[in-house]
Design a protein around this ligand. Structure first.
Ligand SMILES: [Zn+2]
Length: 369
């Protein structure tokens, strides 16, 4: 095994183990470090000159190192490549993109031809850099391997993606520098701190999170498990994104919300009517039915509702007090004062006027509060 692989395989394994959002294809194709190592041995990778020294240096390489690499050797093989983008006539940072070429024929040539203009497959950040005036000044090869037999394409492509992810992480070709929680799943596999790099990155996501695109014959249960995980993640991400937008209250967001609310109005009205009819958000004390939870919450904050609740409590107490007298054995335990209270309330209940008086006193008390 080459010295480069001895250095890289543990890094790739760390990247895989550290990314809980990695695609199931990786877990399925190499469930163990032994299998990953075995595949690398079969695939016969060749690496660019000086790679090991660069990876073991105390600081990451400057962009000039990538520009000095070979662009031709192995051009008909599969490859992990690097592209340097520059903008002439200004002091803007150079940019690095790392990708892989695994077409079944003329892989690298095909991929590089794709960059001769903007296609659907052109990475979004590269397209954006073109629009900012950047051009590709270098396209070089970091690692190559022979084209596999047709039956091995899915498995070997998965290995290439894992190696691409490792390079993108080591050389931090990722778009965000101020990463915060955006480690792209690479938290455990980085060699240098992200602020040590003198160029910017253009990769938008980790290749470890790319789906299998139907290439790998993954068991149904694993696919279903992955689908559930992705769905849950999308909900969490969508909610966090929405919350951020709501806090920032940009004009664009407000316009989007207004448009959405307008489109949804007939449906919202319909749901409110149904909720009222079904007494879904209902206050039994006031016999009030709201159209949604917000309406019920608002109702429960009104003085009128609070007053009625208080009156109902008083009424319940009075009814409880008017209940049949306790047994003799039990009544002997009551104090004289308690018997007196019972008697007063009992006689009050005989008269509507007295009950009203009690209620009015309660009302006055609530108003003061
Ligand atoms: Zn109420």
């Amino acid at each position: 095994m080459s010295a480069e692989l001895i250095f890289l395989i543990p890094l790739i394994w760390a990247a895989l183990a550290g990314d809980e959002d990695r695609s199931t294809r990786f877990t399925f194709v190499f469930p163990s470090l032994e299998r990953l190592t075995e595949l690398f041995n079969i695939m016969d990778f060749k690496f660019c000159d000086g790679l090991l020294n660069v990876l073991q240096a105390p600081l990451p390489p400057p962009i000039q190192w990538f520009e000095s690499l070979d662009a031709e050797h192995g051009i008909h093989d599969w490859a992990i490549y690097a592209m340097v983008l520059k903008k002439t006539g200004c002091s803007a940072s150079d940019k690095l993109y790392i990708g892989s070429a695994t077409a079944s024929r003329r892989a690298v040539e095909t991929r590089w031809y794709d960059y001769s203009r903007i296609y659907d497959t052109t990475p979004w950040n590269v397209v954006h850099a073109f629009k900012e005036g950047y051009t590709i000044t270098s396209k070089v090869l970091l690692a190559t391997c022979p084209l596999p037999a047709a039956g091995d394409v899915p498995t070997h492509r998965t290995v290439v993606l894992a190696l691409e992810a490792c390079f993108a992480c080591c050389f931090w070709a990722m778009f965000y520098r101020d990463i915060g929680d955006r480690y792209y799943g690479f938290k455990q596999a980085r060699i240098w701190p992200v602020d040590a790099f003198t160029y910017e990155g253009l990769c938008s996501h980790s290749p470890l999170r790319e789906g299998h695109r139907g290439e790998v014959d993954i068991p149904k249960e694993l696919l279903e498990k992955e689908a559930v995980r992705i769905h849950r993640k999308a909900i969490v991400y969508g909610k966090a994104y929405h919350d951020r937008q709501r806090l920032q209250k940009t004009e664009k967001f407000k316009a989007q919300q207004a448009g959405w609310n307008k489109r949804q109005r007939p449906r919202t009205q319909q749901l409110r009517h149904e909720a009222v009819a079904a007494k879904k958000f209902y206050c039994a004390t006031c016999d009030y039915a709201g159209g949604d939870k917000d309406k019920l919450n608002q109702h429960e904050k009104t003085k009128r509702h609070k007053l009625r609740v208080k009156k109902a409590e008083m009424r319940d107490k009075a009814v409880a007090a008017a209940a049949p007298a306790p047994t003799e054995a039990h009544s002997t335990a009551h104090s004289t004062t308690q018997f007196t209270t019972h008697s007063v309330i009992h006689s009050a209940l005989q008269s509507t006027t007295h009950v009203t008086v009690i209620m009015e006193e309660t009302t006055a008390e609530l108003k003061v509060l």
